[in-house]
Design a protein around this ligand. Structure first.
Ligand SMILES: N[C@@H](CCC(=O)N[C@@H](CS)C(=O)NCC(=O)O)C(=O)O
Length: 204
């Protein structure tokens, strides 16, 4: 099995962090330089027509794109230390927070990055005002996260899950465009981030 990835990309980091939490090591990582457009070749698009990283390639050649799909595959292969929830209630709560991590934070941070930095100016039109607006939405979401984490150790209560991984990777990527929670305004969010950042998997 191999995973095509770009080390700095937040969607790749969340897969690496997930594998590290599970102790899965039998995966080869193949670097794809998205800054230089290596993800846009015909050959790469045969793995994922969207031309995104990460992509998991299985022994039989099946290519699985989308980081959550990749993590679900490994969850099924290695169900010990479940990270998607342990019962119907928990699974639903985890899924809710995974989607919030993607739509409320990863999307807005990603759009802010793409539309204000010009990193992908060779492949898209950029609208800096739109990027700034997405940045404001990400900042507003910090408030909601902070309130939730005031009474919850992790996103799904006392249970560390894939939702925490997704949220942390989105939050940390926000630093690139100066989207940072503040210790004064978001103490509970900071407490949660500090705790997660100390896990060895956060450095995977
Ligand atoms: N929903 C996808 C998003 C993948 C994605 O947007 N990957 C970014 C890097 S974080 C990428 O490949 N960007 C390259 C490009 O858009 O050209 C997932 O979760 O894997």
């Amino acid at each position: 099995m191999r995973i095509y990835e770009y080390a700095q990309a937040p969607n790749c980091r969340r897969v690496r962090m997930f594998l590290a939490e599970k102790g899965i090591e039998d995966v080869e990582f193949v670097p794809v330089d998205i800054a230089r457009g290596e993800n846009r070749t015909d050959e790469y698009r045969r793995k994922d027509f969207n031309g995104k990283v990460p992509v998991l390639e299985l022994q039989d050649g099946t290519a699985i794109a989308e980081s959550v799909a990749i993590k679900r595959y490994f969850e099924e292969l290695h169900p010990e230390k479940p990270l998607f929830g342990r019962d119907p209630h928990e699974k639903a709560v985890v899924e809710m927070w995974v989607r919030r991590a993607e739509f409320n934070l990863m999307f807005n941070v990603g759009m802010c990055f793409q539309h204000t930095t010009g990193f992908f100016a060779d492949r898209m039109n950029t609208f800096p005002d739109y990027g700034e607006d997405c940045g404001s939405k990400a900042r507003a979401f910090f408030e909601q996260l902070d309130q939730h984490l005031e009474n919850n150790r992790f996103l799904a209560g006392d249970y560390f899950s894939v939702a925490d991984i997704s949220m942390l990777c989105a939050l940390d990527f926000g630093k690139v465009v100066n989207l940072r929670p503040s210790a004064e305004q978001h103490p509970h969010l900071e407490r949660w981030r500090d705790e997660l950042s100390e896990r060895p998997s956060a450095r995977a």
